[in-house]
Design a protein around this ligand. Structure first.
Ligand code: RP5
Length: 166
């Protein structure tokens, strides 16, 4: 049977972003959310970026997660060409440790929203969880899987909560 069509689009400015964005991919897979992962660069493939943003909703995508580093224009430019919620993940850059990415993504002009997550792997993971929360508003089975994830996370922390003195 063919995979169900993706409801979340994970895009990134470069293949080098995959080391970060694979954490979004893994979280979406763990929650059984059909998704796709693609390199779509605002600067190197602008036409592909506009086509992706313009076609996403018609293709059944409901949330876009966009990761980029440095002059990270991808999330904002995609948000300007779609009405879908766009979640931006600042990838940790080599030169400025991702502060450049964060400021590029978070400082959107009023009228074009991007939900900005934290820098790096936590941001990628939380972008997937935020996408899941959005989708779970109309998907009770997904809401249950999210609740199970949270319960397991709590149990894992409690299991390791006692620090033994060395
Ligand atoms: C951005 O430039 C990408 O999102 C990436 O984080 C950064 C560096 O890209 P590469 O030079 O590694 O391809 O567009």
């Amino acid at each position: 049977m063919a995979d169900p069509s993706p409801t979340v689009g994970v895009i990134m400015g470069s293949k080098s972003d995959w080391e970060t964005m694979r954490h979004a991919d893994a979280m979406l897979s763990a929650l059984q959310i059909p998704h796709e992962c693609k390199v779509v660069s605002a600067h190197r493939t602008p036409q592909r970026m506009f086509e992706y943003a313009q076609m996403a909703a018609d293709r059944g995508i409901q949330v876009i997660i966009a990761g980029a580093g440095g002059a990270a224009h991808l999330p904002g430019m995609v948000a300007s060409e779609t009405l879908l919620p766009v979640l931006g993940v600042p990838v940790q850059s080599r030169a400025l440790q991702g502060l450049d990415s964060l400021l590029s993504i978070v400082q959107m002009p009023g009228g074009v929203p991007v939900g900005t997550l934290s820098i790096g792997t936590s941001g990628a993971k939380n972008a997937a969880l935020m996408a899941a929360r959005i989708l779970s508003l109309t998907d009770p089975a997904l809401q249950q899987r999210l609740a199970d994830f949270v319960a397991q996370q709590t149990a894992d922390v409690l299991a390791d909560a006692e620090i033994e003195n060395a």
